[in-house]
Design a protein around this ligand. Sequence first.
Ligand code: ATP
Ligand code: MG
Length: 317
Amino acid sequence: MSVSDGPVVVESDLELPLLHRGKVRDVYEVDADTLLMVASDRVSAFDVVMDRPVPRKGEVLTLITAWWLKQLDGRVPHHLLAVDPDAVVARHPSLAASRDAWARRAMLVRRTQPVLVECVVRGYISGSAWKEYSASGTLAGEPLPRGLRESDQLDPPIFSPATKAARGDHDENITFEQTRSILGDALAERLREASLEIYAHGRDVAAGRDIILADTKFEFGHDADGTLRLIDEVLTPDSSRFWPREHYAPGRSQPSLDKQPIRDWLETLDDWNKRPPPPRLSDEVVAAASQRYLDVFRRLTGVHLDHFHAPLFGVDL
Ligand SMILES: Nc1ncnc2c1ncn2[C@@H]1O[C@H](COP(=O)(O)OP(=O)(O)OP(=O)(O)O)[C@@H](O)[C@H]1O
Ligand SMILES: [Mg+2]
């Protein structure tokens, strides 16, 4: 079987305790300290999960995360234990039987107690930040210079945390003051410092590929020893806005390197209110979205997904 013949996965179904099924990821307990995070091919737009999967998407999200985390080794503690399927099986031989269902789309990670604040960093003003600024001249409650245009650069980048919404809700932006009172000063400041540092690394690497990392969201958690670790997906097209430099022009929203074909198509519909149930995606829209994920993978890592094998790229951890 060639790598590109892997199954399309809407919902994984492994014989392990399922701890959580999010919009995209299925999280299983492997043992008390270890989770298997399986990225499905589900796609959400406007926070609604679409009715058809996007082939290869789960693989792209998982392998991009692993590629970044390898670069962050030694800079920031993170949760990844193994992503190369052989390395995963070597640690947990019982996973060999279900290998085809998770290989390349799953990461074996250290289990943590997640910090309940999403650590957003914005280097450009877009999305909900643009909405807030347009309405009140602020971002995360702090005043910003007047006269910014949509998609203008924010220099220096701004830490703009959010509380994690319950299922079906949108995350809510909070001020740094609120973050301090939720988490305590010391943790709030560590999260801000770590988030800005990881963002800067991602921004610089992406810039070398003519990609603007407009903003991104990190999550952190405490492991059993109390170590604060970067968790979840990292600098993926689902957790970040990646803008191709060649199309960048402030004063409007930017096309992004991900599920833009789906968003664009949904915006053409007059009769969908952006709440479930979603409209049925056409074959063309699904194919275009899948191609986008393959394109962003290649543009970022420099390698076609079919030619990316974790050990060769030093991410066998
Ligand atoms: N190392 C880890 N330890 C514990 N939980 C983790 C770890 N890494 C990620 N998680 C959690 O796993 C879940 C991943 O699922 P997913 O992102 O699909 O759903 P979600 O964040 O709950 O909801 P949404 O669909 O809005 O993203 C998240 O709740 C995330 O906080
Ligand atoms: Mg999530």
